[in-house]
Design a protein around this ligand. Structure first.
Ligand SMILES: Cc1cc2nc3c(=O)[nH]c(=O)nc-3n(C[C@H](O)[C@H](O)[C@H](O)COP(=O)(O)O)c2cc1C
Ligand code: SF4
Length: 405
């Protein structure tokens, strides 16, 4: 998005979304201190509100970032505004400004990252929020009042002495509302004590934060009864009672749990990410009253690990993710009899696709139940962090629907 040469492709994307009566938003973020190793170079290094030494870092396994001077801040604000304007020119109706996780904008909001002593410093909520307020004002001025601006913030930075607390995130949300934000999306960054030397040990996935169990008590901050499902909902509810703009929340939600969140009034919108990567047809299947046909996300996080390495999209349960137009399932010209040996994940998926293509399918499985190695995996892994049994049930339903023997 950083050049007008991408306008035609961006426009195609916006149009593809809008032609289905959906509202097209795009997220803007500066990765800041989280710059992954594969992107680092002499020219590209982690930056934050302040330069921090190894000792000052929120966790020792982060890379010490370089602090930004005022001119650099000004340039970054201009970049956000230019990107939002390009998004509008491409046909997007709004942007989400990502000021959460441990990205650049969050490093201004958080006292754990922000050690400045100027008007962007940590002494007041207004100063901490200033860079985001200036971005919002710039976008409003250029894109007009009809253009949507959502800001994604951390409702809390859990596990840090100087991390954002819920009382502070509420005040931040109020400042952003006053500056012209149309909605606030709430998540949290969870800093765990040192567990894995190869990882940063901070996460915004509530299901990861709670696995195998929280390293310290968290029930005053997050929903910890459902293995991460709806983990950040209490933080969203805290903000919702203090602002008049809509509040959004994500985090291992499924349609049933999400509906409860909305009915309880804990948030105004719910977000699905992994659930939609596992089954992009989820909204249609729900609308048509067939939740049993939704292919469930197991929570394995193959997608995220792969994304962190800079690879194209990959999902454990949806082999066509990101390749939908290359791998369409069309009717075969000639109907054949297909025999599949083994009712494990590969066999079941092959049977499903062959049936969708119109073939007559027979699936042989020697065990009394379908699932193959997924059944063993469920015994070893349990159901808390990853859930394979849900996927087996999905295949059983699909294969029954198609009348497979
Ligand atoms: C592969 C992958 C990429 C992601 N990229 C982003 C991103 O660019 N910006 C963002 O705000 N969140 C990103 N997230 C986090 C999701 O937006 C979402 O908050 C998180 O997955 C929790 O929601 P879920 O349980 O519905 O997946 C990503 C998550 C995954 C799995
Ligand atoms: S890779 Fe795993 S966690 Fe990611 S969407 Fe697919 S099933 Fe869910």
């Amino acid at each position: 998005m950083n050049d007008d040469k991408f306008l035609p492709d961006m426009s195609r994307l916006a149009e593809a979304i809008r032609k289905h009566d959906c509202i097209a938003f795009v997220q803007l973020f500066h990765i800041g201190p989280m710059l992954p190793p594969f992107l680092r170079s002499e020219r590209l290094y982690p930056v934050a509100a302040s330069s921090l030494s190894k000792e000052e870092l929120p966790l020792p396994n982060f890379i010490p970032p370089k602090g930004l001077d005022r001119d650099e801040i000004k340039r970054i604000i201009e970049d956000f505004v230019t990107l939002a304007h390009r998004a509008k020119r491409a046909g997007f109706q709004g942007v989400e400004i990502n000021a959460a996780c441990n990205h650049l904008l969050n490093s201004f909001l958080s006292r754990a990252w922000n050690k400045r002593n100027d008007e962007y410093g940590p002494d007041t909520i207004e100063n901490r929020s200033r860079i985001i307020v200036e971005i919002i004002q710039g976008i409003r001025e250029l894109n007009g009042k009809e253009f949507g601006i959502v800001v994604l913030i951390n409702g809390a930075e859990i596990g840090l002495k100087d991390g954002i607390r819920p009382q502070e995130s509420l005040k931040i949300a109020q400042v952003l509302e006053k500056a012209g934000a149309d909605a606030i999306n709430v998540r949290a960054e969870f800093y765990t004590p040192f567990r894995d030397p190869n990882k940063r040990d901070s996460t915004h996935f509530p299901d990861v934060a709670l696995y195998p169990e929280p390293p310290f008590p968290v029930s005053d901050l997050m929903e910890d009864r459902f293995w991460g499902k709806g983990g950040w909902v209490p933080l969203a509810a805290n903000i919702k009672q203090g602002v008049s703009i809509p509040v959004i929340v994500a985090g291992r939600l499924d349609p049933e749990f999400g509906e409860k969140v909305l009915r309880k009034g804990a948030a105004d919108f719910i977000y699905f990410n992994r659930a939609l990567m596992a089954d992009p047809e989820l909204p249609r299947k729900l609308m048509e009253g067939h939740p049993e046909d939704i292919r469930p996300c197991t929570g394995c996080l193959t997608c995220f690990d792969n994304n962190e390495r800079g690879n194209p999209p990959l999902c454990q349960v949806n082999p066509t993710l990101g390749k939908e137009s290359l791998l369409p399932i069309s009717k075969a010209k000639k109907k054949k009899k297909v025999l599949i040996i083994g009712g494990g994940p590969a066999g079941m998926e092959a049977a499903r696709v062959a049936a969708l293509k119109g073939h007559e399918v027979i699936l042989y499985e020697k065990a009394p139940r379908l699932g193959g190695s997924m059944l063993l995996a469920s015994i070893v892994k349990g159901l808390k962090r990853e859930n394979h049994l849900g996927l087996i049930s999905y295949y059983e339903t699909q294969l029954k629907n198609w009348g497979l023997s």
